[in-house]
Design a protein around this ligand. Structure first.
Ligand SMILES: CC(C)(COP(=O)(O)OP(=O)(O)OC[C@H]1O[C@@H](n2cnc3c(N)ncnc32)[C@H](O)[C@@H]1OP(=O)(O)O)[C@@H](O)C(=O)NCCC(=O)NCCS
Length: 179
């Protein structure tokens, strides 16, 4: 298995992986992904795919830009969503490898932190901690307690706190009731 940046040739395969992974919720995730591709929040090189030995894309992770409105001004940061592994390939560590690769790519590019909404039982063992206690409050009252999490990277500094402004595609998804 190889994790590498997405190329234009991967876009359809990524859509297929997301569709298979998210099942009945795929429509919302796909429209968010499409909107992010055309949004200023998109950061080239931070959409990663996992390819199997035959080259087929079996997993995908995306980091896009958010802003932390800190006391010292806007801090550019990232959010991780979506993360998807095709069902037949789940449970083999591919999701974990994609999260690690995403955090490594963000670190290499000097980003200070990565936020996400997700299950703390999954992300808590993959570098994330609750964001609220670190002064990074949840951007939506619809996000369940404890699900708003952050991974602090080497360039993070303690003053990087404050409300988080999501990109428009993420705001649209965050306004949906949780399943
Ligand atoms: C979540 C997901 C990416 C994990 O991918 P994966 O390759 O199966 O993950 P790994 O093999 O690295 O890790 C498997 C572990 O994740 C757990 N897990 C899988 N889905 C989970 C979920 N929705 N919530 C909590 N834990 C989950 C498994 O129980 C397993 O636990 P273990 O480490 O204690 O054995 C994959 O299940 C998926 O695509 N799910 C549908 C889409 C989704 O929910 N994405 C995350 C939100 S954006």
């Amino acid at each position: 298995m190889l994790i590498r940046p997405e190329t234009p040739a991967d876009v359809d395969s990524v859509g297929e992986v997301v569709t298979a992974a998210f099942g009945e919720h795929a429509e919302h995730v796909l429209s968010m992904l499409d909107a992010l591709r055309a949004d200023p929040a998109w950061v080239d090189g931070l959409s990663l795919v996992a390819a199997g030995d035959d080259g087929d894309v079996v997993g995908h992770v995306l980091l896009t830009r958010v802003d932390v409105d800190s006391p010292r001004g806007t801090v550019p940061a990232l959010t991780l969503t979506p993360l998807a592994v095709t069902p037949a390939a789940q449970g083999r560590g591919i999701g974990t490898a994609l999260v690690t690769a995403a955090l490594d790519a963000a670190t290499a590019a000097g980003w200070p932190l990565v936020l996400l909404e997700g299950d703390p039982r999954y992300y808590g063992r993959r570098g994330f901690v609750a964001a609220d206690p670190l002064g990074l409050p949840s951007p939506s009252s619809l996000i369940p307690a404890g699900a708003w999490q952050v991974a602090l990277l080497p360039t993070h500094a303690p003053w990087m706190t404050g409300p988080v402004t999501l990109s428009a595609p993420l705001r649209a998804v965050n306004d949906l009731p949780r399943v």
